[in-house]
Ligand binder design. Structure first.
Ligand code: HEM
Length: 442
């Protein structure tokens, strides 16, 4: 398959047919960056670390986000993910402190408890749906972190709304002919109903919390207490939008990261055995704590290498606010710049033999040699993932719990096929057979 620099219709069809292959092809075609046509529009692709740094960091203020996630707006409103300019800066300052390493440390024990409960629910020899299991675990964790509640319980509307909404957004995202949300179509109506249900639940939780004034030590309490430079709190709509954004951005990404990591470990038994040895040696049979994480460096290397090969946020987009000259690309006002961590992480000039799974790439000395901007699973610049510490801590702890107590072998006999939707999901279900491991010490 070849990208044609001027045939925009052909390029749009290629994207529709296989968007991952399309992004990889663009990455190979433009090892640094370049310009091509997409439909009737001229578009830009940035791959080289220096150029990507220019877009995400040096010229961050010259761009808005690519409006490809507009279908999410009814669900997440003006939360951090879709907000821009001064309102975004204000919100980022209000939300980010609650997700700093010091603050998220307090959630570690709960993450481990929930992970243990998940593994304890797996019978030795049973077959599980690995992707669904990780999704349920990370949704439970984000629910407890945000609202100090079980999202599967009375707030089940949130889980349901997310499922309906993501299915809708994924399906619309692939559509060649965007249909306005205002049209009275069954899909549009289902989406609006799901959003209304979630609205009711989240607003009720906010009202209850405001009325009681009780500090639950969760994110909602922290967001309610946050004040901007003028001493002003967030209003209820902004709070609702931030909560929904954190639920949405914070669970499917991490679930997919875990699913890909566990699948890769199954594919590479020698790496899995080394992770198990590390976990057994560091934990001596007890559950991990936050303080154990520095003693589990190889487990983290595995996670980072998995995020290289299967970055859940596999594509990011920006729209130029003015005409720019960034060297290899010269985006004009209104034009898009596409950055794909999936394609960048396969650049052979940076990652030798890029398709090979090799956690040694993230051994401390090797990681230091990576050029700035070459490895971006969490994005970069001012809009870098606000939940990156949370996500890495969560995934590191969950992997340690699973490696300590179970071995998972995929039933299909092959790695899942990546399905590029809002995040990089597996296509279909991922069935895995469980072999229980007795937590070992030494
Ligand atoms: C492995 C897990 C995760 C990955 C790979 C990931 C990836 C990303 C990426 C690449 C961006 C930047 C998008 C862009 O610049 O266009 C982003 C933004 C964001 N992420 Fe994450 N994320 C993960 C987990 C989380 C978690 C756990 C949370 C919340 C608890 C979260 C909340 C957010 C928010 C709110 C933004 C928007 C930040 C802003 O624009 O100010 N993410 N994420």
């Amino acid at each position: 398959m070849a990208i044609d620099l001027v045939d925009g219709t052909r390029n749009a069809l290629l994207l529709w047919r296989d968007s991952l292959e399309y992004l990889s092809t663009l990455g190979r075609r433009f090892p640094v960056g370049g310009t091509y046509f997409f439909g009737p529009y001229q578009s830009n692709f940035a791959t080289g670390p220096e150029l990507v740094q220019k877009v995400l960091v040096d010229h961050a203020d010259d761009f808005h986000k690519f409006p490809m996630m507009e279908y999410l707006r009814p669900l997440i409103g003006n939360g951090l993910l879709l907000n821009e300019d001064a309102p975004w800066r204000r919100q980022r300052k209000l939300v980010a402190p609650s997700l700093q390493p010091r603050r998220v440390a307090g959630y570690a024990t709960m993450m481990v408890d929930y992970a243990r409960q998940t593994v304890e629910g797996w019978q030795d020899g049973a077959e599980i749906d690995l992707a669904a299991s990780m999704m349920a675990l990370t949704l439970r964790i984000v629910g407890k972190t945000l609202f100090d509640t079980e999202l599967s319980g009375h707030a089940g509307a949130i889980a349901n709304a997310l499922e309906v909404s993501l299915a809708f957004v994924n399906q619309r995202g692939k559509s060649l002919f965007p249909v306005p949300l205002t049209w009275p179509l069954p899909g549009n109506r289902r989406y609006r109903r799901a959003v209304a249900a979630v609205d009711g639940v989240v607003r009720a939780m906010i009202a209850e919390r405001r009325a009681s004034g009780v500090d639950h030590g969760d994110l909602l309490s922290a967001l309610l207490a946050a004040r901007d430079e003028d001493g002003q709190p967030m209003d209820d709509t902004q709070l609702r939008d931030e909560c929904m954004t954190l639920v949405l951005a914070g669970h499917e990404t991490t679930a997919n990261a875990l699913m890909w990591t566990l699948s890769l470990l199954w594919r590479h038994p020698e790496v899995r055995a080394r992770v198990e040895r590390e976990v057994d040696g560091a934990l001596a049979g007890r559950a991990p704590t936050l303080d154990d994480l520095p003693r589990l460096p190889y487990t983290l290397q595995v996670l980072k290498e998995s995020l290289r090969l299967y970055p859940p946020a596999y594509v990011m987009g920006r729209m130029a606010l003015r005409d720019l000259d960034l060297g290899e690309i010269k985006p004009r006002k209104g034009q898009f710049v596409i950055i794909s961590p999936y394609a960048m992480h396969r650049n052979p000039a940076v990652f030798a033999d890029p398709e090979r799974f090799d956690p040694e790439r993230f051994a401390p000395e090797a990681e230091k040699r990576l050029p700035r901007g070459a490895y971006l699973p969490f994005g970069g610049g001012p809009r870098i993932c606000v939940g990156n510490h949370f996500a890495l801590m969560e995934a590191h702890l969950i992997l340690a719990v699973i490696a300590q107590r179970a071995r998972l072998d995929l039933v299909a006999g092959a790695l899942p096929v990546p399905e590029p939707t809002v995040t990089l999901r597996p296509r279909g279900t991922v069935r895995a057979r469980v072999s229980a491991r007795a937590p070992a010490g030494g």
